[in-house]
Design a protein around this ligand. Sequence first.
Ligand code: GTP
Ligand code: MG
Ligand code: ZN
Length: 384
Amino acid sequence: MKFFLLSLPRGYIPHPMAQKTWTRKRRQKRQREESDRHLQRQEARKARQLKQGSDELDLEESDAHLDESLARSRRSKSSEDEALGEALDGLVLRYHRSSFEVEAGKQRFDCRTRSTTRSPHPDSTLVAVGDRVLIQPTPEEGEAVIVEVLPRRNKLSRSSKLHEDIEQVIVANVDQLVIISSLAEPYPKPGLIDRYLVTAAVNGFEPLICFNKADLDPDNVYQELLDLYLDLGYACFRTSADSGEGLDRLRKALAGKSSVFSGQSGVGKSSLLNALNPELGLKVGEISAYNSKGRHTTTNSSLISFNFGGHVVDTPGIKELSLWNVDAGNLQQGFPEILELAEQCRFRNCSHRHEPDCEVLKALDEGRLHPLRYQNYESILESL
Ligand SMILES: Nc1nc2c(ncn2[C@@H]2O[C@H](COP(=O)(O)OP(=O)(O)OP(=O)(O)O)[C@@H](O)[C@H]2O)c(=O)[nH]1
Ligand SMILES: [Mg+2]
Ligand SMILES: [Zn+2]
């Protein structure tokens, strides 16, 4: 149709109906192109936002939020040539609205990044909580610029929901990953626990599993689940921020270490931290705030020092953990019992799903491998 119209002789006056169709089609095409351009702009903005910082990502990102963050980064860009003070070593405590709170010596600075900020990790979140950085103060009291991000010892990452190929670093440089689950409101999600265990094994964290809200499970309904992880050799805790059960033991495991608390929203991460160290006064969800949709009370990760030594990063609740850097080859590191059985499989690269002489499938059949763990292994493998 397009070619037909284009090849018409000059001066040809189309039939009014044909003219109408032609104009409508041109308008539709223009609208389509405009909407494509809008989508591309939105995607690019989201990608930039994701690379900036790792927080607030579980929350629905409104366009207003993205616009605000862009306006701020423009503002910091306009002053890129201002005089800067001497470089200081700093630790990133918090990310909030495109600005990083950094501790350097005894001082705290409100820091921004620049287009020239150097980083050894070009393909991941530019600055994450827990990062060691070099900052240079600006003439503005209490403000500084992050000039360099130092190499990360390890990192708790996941792939971004919006862009699977972007690494989102939730926290960097911690020793222990404390997987917080609750025995009720919400009920434990073993699938999520196993995803965390895989992340911990692949990224070199010591995993601790904490089952909170023990006061809501007086009959020990989940004892079998706790025993399952205990038998596998993981450090497990049954705690209650309300009654104080298990807190002494957990405090001992955290003292002097750097840890991160992570888990679903509403499981009691912030409540537990307040109970462990009452002066913290972290904001917690209102009583019975939990509902099946989850409520995000903590909206930004922050690094907090314990009064009994060591520090911890309290993080916003997550709904799911999309694994980063995990493939069929290293997945079994999070399933040590499967890794051990795999040594006796006929094939070295056995996936333990359909291969002949598979020791894992045999163990599953004979009840030597817990079906829940096999089910989670298989479902993670399928999701990779
Ligand atoms: N019964 C009982 N309730 C608890 C316990 N710990 C926390 N809660 C309640 O659970 C709700 C959520 O607690 P938060 O500490 O805000 O949970 P969170 O994991 O920090 O949640 P996000 O910040 O949204 O990720 C609050 O109403 C707490 O009072 C507990 O051990 N027992
Ligand atoms: Mg919280
Ligand atoms: Zn096998």
